[in-house]
Design a protein around this ligand. Structure first.
Ligand code: SAM
Length: 233
């Protein structure tokens, strides 16, 4: 029986990879990547010579058919994304569901756990995250305002991914909908040289980035503390 492994890879520091992930990447017939150049950097660090093939959310159906055919032939494949855990705000979900649909349980889909920016950020955020809601990337237009209203009213910690191009606009919206005094945490460049956790009220965090424009770059996880000021109905 062929296996499709879903392999978590580092979100920055290339040492953050499990022994099992390295073994699987070495042993499979083909590694399906988001960007083969990014994955080859990781593979070459560990002297892994497994062939790679690009696969992303916009991959043509023909590519998915080719992958399904390889599994049918009995080839073992590993799916990775550029960073972190595939399918978590990353390509792969469609492929995994196609494999499940076409083959049922005759092909194994095996997760090889590894880092995810979300869990890495929450683990060191220093807020109670026994329960939280993850929103992925916020929509740019339709539904954006509704989500900010939801974030404003949530008693649960809310978290989402944001790009450096939109982070200032997002902070502005957080101030508008949640108020300047809501506590937030921005986890930036996790596991990389310039890793930082910026904690404070929305107002303080905005001031931090206004004073340090050189830090409005890299990758961000945004964590918004719950609204503890809503009285029970
Ligand atoms: N699948 C990935 C995971 O499991 O974390 C997420 C991929 S998603 C396309 C990319 C987003 O994840 C970035 O825009 C950023 O919000 C977040 N991210 C990825 N790496 C990060 C890092 N090193 N530090 C902070 N955020 C990161």
């Amino acid at each position: 029986m062929a296996t499709l492994f879903i392999v978590g890879t580092p979100i920055g520091n290339l040492e953050d990879i499990t022994l099992r992930a390295l073994r699987v990447l070495k042993e499979v017939d083909l590694v399906l990547c988001e960007d083969t150049r990014v994955t080859k950097r990781l593979l070459s660090k560990y002297e892994i010579n497994t062939p790679t093939m690009s696969y992303h959310a916009q991959s043509k159906l023909a590519k998915a058919d080719k992958i399904l055919a390889l599994l049918e032939e009995g080839k073992n494949l590993a799916l990775v994304s550029d960073a972190g855990t595939p399918c978590i705000s990353d390509p792969g979900m469609l492929l995994v569901s196609q494999v499940r649909e076409k083959f049922g349980d005759t092909i194994s889909i095996v997760p090889i756990p590894g880092p995810s920016a979300l869990i890495t950020a929450l683990s060191a955020a220093g807020v109670s995250v026994a329960e939280f809601t993850f929103l992925g990337f916020l929509p740019h237009k339709k539904g954006r305002e509704t989500l900010f209203k939801e974030i404003a009213e949530s008693k649960r910690v809310m978290s989402f991914y944001e790009s450096p191009h939109r982070i200032e606009k997002t902070l502005e919206s957080l101030e508008k909908f949640c108020g300047a005094s809501r506590n937030i945490i921005l986890a930036r460049e996790l596991t990389k040289i310039y890793e930082e956790f910026v904690r404070g009220t929305v107002e303080e965090v905005r001031a931090h980035f206004a004073q340090n424009p050189d830090r409005v770059r890299g990758e961000f996880v945004v964590i918004v503390e719950g609204n503890f000021h809503i009285l029970p109905k």
